[in-house]
Design a protein around this ligand. Structure first.
Ligand code: UDX
Length: 446
């Protein structure tokens, strides 16, 4: 089949590249000519393991093209995939301006029947709107399919090629075989449903995963107070197959381009039909507060942060990506700077992206993780990059002014910390070092 993918962000680029592997011909389209030129030279605008090799292979084999000519790309395709961004408006609602203008452009470009497949995350009812906009700009027939994307950054290619399920929302049953053929080899689990349910499945899935994270984070906060260990609790819970072990890792909360945006959008979607989604509102609130746990632990261990030096490990919202969107690191560092701390920052990949958005004279950018620890009063681990797991913690402690490690992602085991001389705080686990290894509140009560 011939496909045009409109939008070369995460979803568009990864889907486009992956669909070539089924033998399809794909043109990835973007208005940004510079981005298209760079992609033509096999340079990916996103950091995603494996993507550049796939771009190179498919460009060379002639199955993949990049273009800023939407009209020509639509004309040459059987299926047009909408993968433009739907960022948050200030009130949390999804901003549909890019969807709407792309739909109008597609309508104007059509010179025959097309299948329009929406991969962007869009509020329930948006595909109907897309249909109306296209129809207002063309007399040619077309069908609409909602095919939400569930890829995770850092494992996007694997997630696209081998998803847990593919969701297809359609209202013309004749499209089902076409969609099954397009996704052949991806998974056996293809759920064909109506368009509105498909739109809802995406939001409900992301909201549920975010709920799991906020739930375990609150359990972690309680564990600290009662002297339990959240990693043990999560393991015990996760073995119940009805619960499952994934997304039960306590930490400083979720970030990224999806969970924060989609949870707020679903609250708005519900609000628009006079339904208050109380549970999800709490999930968002808990997540927002969880990052400040790092600051509370700094205050508890150091006291005033004025003039203190704090090392930061990790800026990306999660490992294996350079994405810093909605990363908890931003607010943590802003708060440190506001309190007058010197901040020594290290991230293996995301530092440049972060620095473009936020810099301050009190921030020192480090070339290696150890540098962030040297002479510092504390080091805070915010992203669980693999590189931090292998750091020599004895050397770290020896080089610090005060050997305090605050692990916001529960990366280190008890055995790794023991004997290092570090005072170690993590999330929902007993404190080590300092007051004889007791959790702060338990120690306070002794
Ligand atoms: C997510 C969804 O997983 C994906 O299906 C959807 O298409 C887009 O949003 P992504 O944002 O790439 O993907 O990252 P994910 O791996 O899901 O992690 C999201 C955030 O949750 C990260 O900040 C991560 O650190 C945090 N997280 C995840 C936890 O704090 N605990 C966990 O147990 C899991």
């Amino acid at each position: 089949m011939n496909l045009a993918v409109i939008g070369t962000g995460y979803v568009g680029l990864v889907s486009g590249v992956c669909f070539t592997l089924g033998g399809n011909h794909v043109i990835c389209v973007d208005k940004d000519e510079e981005k298209i030129a760079r992609l033509g030279q096999m340079k990916s605008p996103i950091y995603e393991p494996g993507i550049e090799a796939l771009i190179e292979m498919n460009l060379k084999e002639g199955r993949l093209k990049f273009s800023s000519d939407l009209r020509e790309s639509v004309r040459l395709s059987d299926i047009v995939i909408l993968a433009v961004g739907t960022p948050s408006l200030p009130n949390g609602e999804a901003d549909l301006q890019y969807i709407e203008s792309a739909a109008a452009d597609i309508g104007r470009a059509m010179e025959g029947y097309k299948i329009i497949m929406t991969k962007s995350t869009v509020p329930v009812g948006t595909n109907e709107k897309i249909r109306q906009i296209i129809a207002a700009h063309t007399g040619y027939p077309f069908d609409i399919v909602s095919a939400p994307e569930f890829l995770r950054e850092g494992s996007a290619i694997q997630d696209t090629l081998h998803p847990d399920r593919v969701i297809i929302g359609l209202d013309n049953p004749a499209l089902e075989p076409v969609m099954r053929e397009l996704h052949q080899g991806f998974t056996e689990n293809i759920v064909v449903t109506d368009i509105r349910s498909a739109e809802m499945i995406k939001y409900a899935s992301n909201a549920f995963l975010a709920t799991k994270i906020s739930f375990i984070n609150e359990i972690a906060n309680i564990c600290e107070k009662v002297g339990a260990d959240v990693t043990e609790v999560a393991e015990g819970m996760g073995l119940d197959r009805r619960i499952g072990s994934s997304f039960l890792q306590a930490g400083i909360g979720y970030g990224g381009s999806c969970f924060p945006k989609d949870t707020k959008a679903l609250i708005q979607i519900a609000g628009n039909v006079d339904y208050e989604f109380k549970l999800l509102k709490s999930v968002v609130e808990v997540n927002q507060g969880q990052r400040f746990m790092i600051l509370a632990k700094l205050h508890e261990s150091i006291g005033s942060l004025q003039g203190a030096t704090i090392g930061i490990w990790g800026l990306a919202f999660k490992p294996n990506t350079d994405d810093v969107r909605e990363s908890p690191a931003r607010e943590i560092i802003e708060a440190l700077v506001k309190e007058g701390a010197h901040v020594k920052v290290y991230d293996p990949i995301a530092a440049d992206n972060f620095r473009k958005q936020y810099d301050h004279p009190l921030i020192h950018w480090c070339a290696v993780p150890e540098e962030a620890g040297t002479g510092s009063d504390a080091v805070c681990l915010l992203t669980d990059w693999a590189v931090f797991k292998d750091i020599d913690l004895h050397l770290l402690a020896a080089g610090m002014r005060k050997p305090i490690l605050i692990d916001g992602r529960n990366v280190y085991s008890k055995e790794q910390i023991e004997g290092t001389g570090l005072e170690y705080y993590s999330v929902g686990r007993p404190r080590m070092g300092g007051l004889s290894g007791l959790s702060p509140s338990v120690a306070g009560a002794v």
